[in-house]
Design a protein around this ligand. Structure first.
Ligand SMILES: Nc1ncnc2c1ncn2[C@@H]1O[C@H](COP(=O)(O)OP(=O)(O)OP(=O)(O)O)[C@@H](O)[C@H]1O
Ligand SMILES: [Mg+2]
Length: 441
């Protein structure tokens, strides 16, 4: 099927000039450029010449015996000097407009499809000389050269459109990517929150469980004491013996002692729990010398250390001036040294605990508390920071020490803590904390 080619106004203007000049040179009333469509042929350009019966945009049906139809079908020049003298042409539609002579050539698009024709028509008999025929071919070639330009332009526009489409597709997939990323980050936050919630849930359950024993014991004792008191008050009416009274008082005394112990244990637990929640507002920030702080801690732990028989070595780079929270740092070191004293040397053989600290190039401090004791198994190493993880259950261990350490180091000091150990080769806890704690805490 023939497709109608699109021509821009620029070219229409140029061709208007060409057809005007052509009509002038050929000395005819009508010079035309025709464009063929699927069903019709139209006057694309009509010369502005006196007596021209054709107007631009006029259309004529195909298959009606037009001069141009023959030119397009044969793709050859057609010259009809006088239609009325020619049996084949005397009834063609243009005769009705008194256009009885015709000279026209086909216009071919660069892909060799027919675009239409260019022609001159006259109301009188015309036989054109050879050089006019040559001129007609030249004009045809000039217009076909323009077709090539038009096609190039069209290709450019199309590739631009392709580019734009590709660009659009790209930015679309970019947007999709961005949306996916956002979704992932939301999911991550949710996961993190869920994880924290479940950790919190476990912690609360653990706390409840731990407190249950001392409080349960206390409650039971209190109700025993109460019923004992009721019994003795009834007996008092009838008069009680000295022995009975002594037994009663002895019972009260013993009960009170156990009660005291239970409540003491509960209070101890509560104070450990309180340490878990790092209370930012009660933390005091100040400048302090790391070595001096360490020495103070060791002085405090002195009696326990001496009693243990182990050696604690403090090997700190001098002059590390911290600007941070000494409270959490002290608590952390106390917990780590205490752990070494309690867990590292179960058979009582004398051991060594070494504390080191270095200031690093990035202004962070790396501190370690290492011992040469029994070490921690790989399976336990993964759990030492979990709340309530202890290997001394029922022997005074609540499994909160390292959990507190972890919270203090990460939340208060804004650093990190790592445990390294192998069974039989000691344990080493390494902290990395900024020398100057960030102020946006
Ligand atoms: N230096 C160490 N050497 C060997 N094992 C250790 C050492 N430090 C910690 N552990 C192990 O890690 C576990 C957890 O320590 P954590 O301080 O959290 O609890 P705990 O000392 O058992 O109890 P709590 O500190 O609450 O009294 C300990 O029970 C112990 O098994
Ligand atoms: Mg401990």
């Amino acid at each position: 099927m023939i497709q109608q080619r699109v021509v821009s106004d620029d070219f229409l203007g140029k061709w208007q000039q060409t057809t005007n000049v052509m009509a002038g040179i050929f000395d005819v009333p009508a010079g035309l450029i025709m464009r063929v469509g699927p069903k019709q042929i139209e006057v694309l350009v009509s010369s502005h010449t006196p007596g021209n019966p054709y107007e631009a945009d006029e259309k004529a049906n195909l298959n009606t015996g037009l001069y141009c139809e023959t030119v397009m079908a044969t793709r050859a020049m057609l010259q009809v000097p006088h239609a009325l003298e020619d049996e084949h042409w005397k009834n063609n539609p243009d005769v009705a407009l008194n256009m009885i002579s015709y000279l026209g050539v086909p216009l071919l698009w660069p892909d060799d499809e027919v675009f239409g024709t260019i022609c001159v028509l006259d109301s009188k008999k015309r036989v054109y000389q050879e050089r006019y025929l040559d001129l007609m071919w030249e004009i045809k070639r000039a217009i076909e050269a323009d077709f090539k330009v038009i096609e190039q332009q069209q290709k450019l526009i199309n590739s631009n459109i392709d580019l734009r489409d590709a660009n659009q597709a790209l930015s679309l997939s970019n947007a999709e990517l961005k949306a996916a990323l956002e979704k992932i980050s939301v999911m991550q936050t949710e996961l993190l929150r869920a994880e924290k919630m479940s950790a919190l849930g476990k912690l609360v359950a653990g706390i409840a469980h731990e407190l249950n024993t001392p409080i349960g014991n206390g409650l039971m004792l209190a109700s025993t004491l109460k019923s004992n008191a009721e019994a003795i008050s009834v007996e008092l009416e009838a008069g009680v013996t000295r022995t009975r009274m002594r037994d009663f008082i002895g019972g009260v005394d013993q009960g009170a002692e156990i009660l005291q112990h239970s409540l003491g244990r509960a209070a101890e637990l509560v104070s450990s729990f309180k340490q878990i929640a790092v209370d930012q507002s009660s933390m005091r920030r100040r400048e302090f010398d790391l070595k001096r702080t360490c020495d103070q801690i060791l002085a405090t732990l002195g009696p326990a250390i001496r009693k243990s028989g182990h050696q604690v070595l403090c090997e700190l780079d001098g002059d590390i001036a911290m600007d941070s929270y000494p409270g959490p740092l002290e608590q952390t070191l106390v917990n780590l040294v205490n752990n070494a004293l309690v867990h590292a040397f179960p058979d009582g053989s004398p051991g060594e605990i070494r504390i080191t600290a270095h200031q690093q190039a990035d202004d962070w401090i790396e501190m370690s508390v290492a011992d040469n004791g029994v070490g921690i198994s790989q399976a336990n190493l993964l759990r030492v920071f979990d709340p309530f993880f202890t290997t001394r259950l029922g022997q005074g261990g609540s499994g909160l020490g390292l959990h507190v350490v972890y919270n203090q180091v990460t939340s208060a000091l804004r650093g990190s803590v790592l445990a390294k150990s192998e069974l039989g080769r000691g344990a080493c806890f390494t902290l990395r904390v900024p020398r100057v704690a960030p102020h946006d805490a």
